[in-house]
Design a protein around this ligand. Structure first.
Ligand code: FAD
Ligand code: SF4
Length: 326
């Protein structure tokens, strides 16, 4: 690891000043420290957010504001989250391990980097790590890679679980930075790779996530299904987050988001429109999957994700519509 300076006593204000001067934020450190050890990132100055006042979960009208420094463990254990936004608790608890969740934070989780093996192997070509060097994954080992939202430059997934649930719940990311405060809908927070995969999200230089706001709960049935190689301590191959309400035997409302399928947490409003107003059936779920996956493209090893996503969607919708029958 390269030498670096660490400011571990910063308040939110002094952290923002340090970030504006080029420092890098460190929260739980569960991703950043790995990246520093591998010299994928080599910040000269780190500012720890540990003493910034960003660790509260607060009622916000009918919604909830989750501070950027709230740990994944605390968020998943919060009784308000468990009761009204259980999708979020389920998604968080499906991720990582208890030890990691005790350190990992809301802000850090949203900014975690891809798990593409070539990104972590500095001897390999990777446009995300080293712009212009190429993409070793396209014709390489790409079993965990994306089938939606890819570009010639990069096919990596955003690998996290929490953001997928937040996307289905219409969460908003609250930031502070040199240009003032911003409210960024979760659907706009992560960036598809396009020509510049080095940028994972819309945060500008010096901008800090201060919280995530959940709008009022929908009261729908909420299910998170994570398909993975091991039952725990594994990233998703495909995950599905559903928040759905039934009325008189039909799907009255639904929000469906997918993890590890696209280059960003993925939501398809056209697919949701196929479902809304209809009576649940295997034929309907297959029609929805066709809309979702019409532009999906595999790269060899990850071709299986396309039928897997269709099956995971059908199974999750089946569970949600049976549970939520009204
Ligand atoms: C072995 C292993 C297994 C894992 N499995 C899963 C899994 O199954 N599912 C899953 O979702 N995740 C998984 N993770 C990832 C883990 O959830 C993330 O590493 C963690 O959430 C990152 O949070 P952190 O607070 O430690 O971030 P840090 O490592 O401190 O920071 C990560 C990045 O976020 C930036 N950052 C941090 N806070 C802020 C802020 N407030 N504003 C702006 N930028 C900020 C940092 O500068 C850095 O770039 C796993 C990690 C490991 C190591
Ligand atoms: S998929 Fe993206 S992260 Fe992986 S090697 Fe290609 S450019 Fe790098």
């Amino acid at each position: 690891m390269k030498p670096f300076a660490l400011d571990h006593r910063a308040s939110t204000e002094t952290a923002l000043q340090a970030l504006a001067q080029g420092a890098t934020a460190i929260a739980g450190g569960t991703n950043l420290v790995d990246l520093m050890k591998l010299q994928i990132t080599t910040p000269e100055r780190l500012v720890s957010l540990k003493h910034a006042a960003l660790g509260e979960i607060a009622q916000d009208g009918d919604g909830l504001t989750i501070g950027a420094l709230v740990t994944n463990a605390d968020c998943a254990a919060d009784m308000r989250v468990r009761e009204h936004w259980p999708l979020l608790a389920k998604a968080i608890l499906a991720g990582a391990s208890p030890q990691l969740r005790n350190r990992a934070t809301t802000g850090g989780n949203l900014c975690q980097r891809t798990r593409c093996g070539y990104f972590y192997d500095t001897s390999q070509a990777c446009n995300k790590r080293d712009p212009g060097s190429g993409c070793a994954a396209r014709n390489g080992f790409n079993r965990i890679h994306a089938v939606l939202g890819t570009s010639d430059a990069c096919i990596a997934t955003y690998p996290g679980d929490m953001a997928v649930a937040m996307l289905a719940l219409d969460a908003v990311v609250l930031t502070e930075g040199p240009a003032g405060p911003r409210e960024i809908p979760m659907a706009q927070f992560h960036l598809k790779p396009g020509d510049n995969p080095s940028r994972d999200n819309v945060l500008e230089a010096g901008e800090l996530i201060v919280a995530v706001r959940l709008p009022a709960p929908t009261g729908g049935v909420q299910i998170y299904r994570k398909v993975r190689d091991r039952a725990s301590y594994a990233f998703a191959l495909v995950s599905v987050a559903v928040d759905l309400t039934m009325e008189e035997g039909r799907i009255a409302r639904c929000a469906v988001a997918f993890g590890s399928l696209g280059t960003v947490p993925w939501r398809d409003q056209q697919m949701e429109q196929v479902l809304i107003g209809e009576t649940p059936s295997p034929v309907l779920f297959a029609r929805a999957a066709d809309v979702l996956l019409k532009d999906a493209q595999g790269f060899g090893e990850n071709d299986f994700k396309i039928p897997l996503a269709a099956r995971a969607l059908a199974a999750t919708l089946n569970d949600a519509t049976r549970t939520g029958k009204a």
